[in-house]
Design a binder for this molecule. Sequence first.
Ligand code: ADP
Ligand code: MG
Length: 225
Amino acid sequence: ARGIVAADLECHSGGRWLDYGTAARLLGCYGIQMAESIEADGPDSAAAAAVTIGPPVVLKATGPDLVHKSDVGGVRVGLGAPDEVSRAYREMAGMIGPAMTGAIVQPMIEAGVEIIIGGVAHEAFGPMLMVGMGGVTAELMADRSFRVPPLGDQDAAAMIAELRCAPLLTGYRGRPRADVAALREQITGVGRLLDDLPEVAELDLNPVIVTPAGAVAVDVRVRLA
Ligand code: ADP
Ligand code: MG
């Protein structure tokens, strides 16, 4: 993890968002599972990636300045046939313009509860870890809990229990029970990362999709300083 951070700081001198692949490798050092992602640099390679992964897939625009992808039409879920994927790529590129430098293709994760795990470097407390209700409405809902890392499994459990959305994970109104143990592992993993790497100024896993079968992060942003 230190090597990945040092290499990126060397070529970009900090203050920028890591590209998706580098961020995913960094999280992998802490056992944090990300959805499989294949990079594509055009409509044809996006279609080929979709065949490799197998339908249904998700297509996401990438680019150094693309932060909120879905706000600009840069996320298309539930795509099937290769020509549907290449068409979606062209439509995206037309809408977004030169800010889109490529795309990633991911398998479509089954519906679950969307959770955000975040980290910020607080000027007084040092690294702070946040867990909250995730997805594109995370900021609107502002359902969050905070701790100073590192944290253990019980701390992670307490953070989850503090959320108003917690019952959605544990069978609210006949929903299936989600794999909360897998979510706790992701939380403690992010805690270790933040504790180890003071160069991480900001980190967002949003969303982590928590289903009965596990917890999978499908989007990540990491900023080094
Ligand atoms: P951004 O946050 O930049 O808008 P995301 O990658 O977080 O883009 O995607 C936005 C939303 O699309 C997610 O909150 C989720 O609902 C859905 N989504 C993204 N990737 C997947 C995936 N691989 N499987 C299922 N749903 C996904
Ligand atoms: Mg996101």
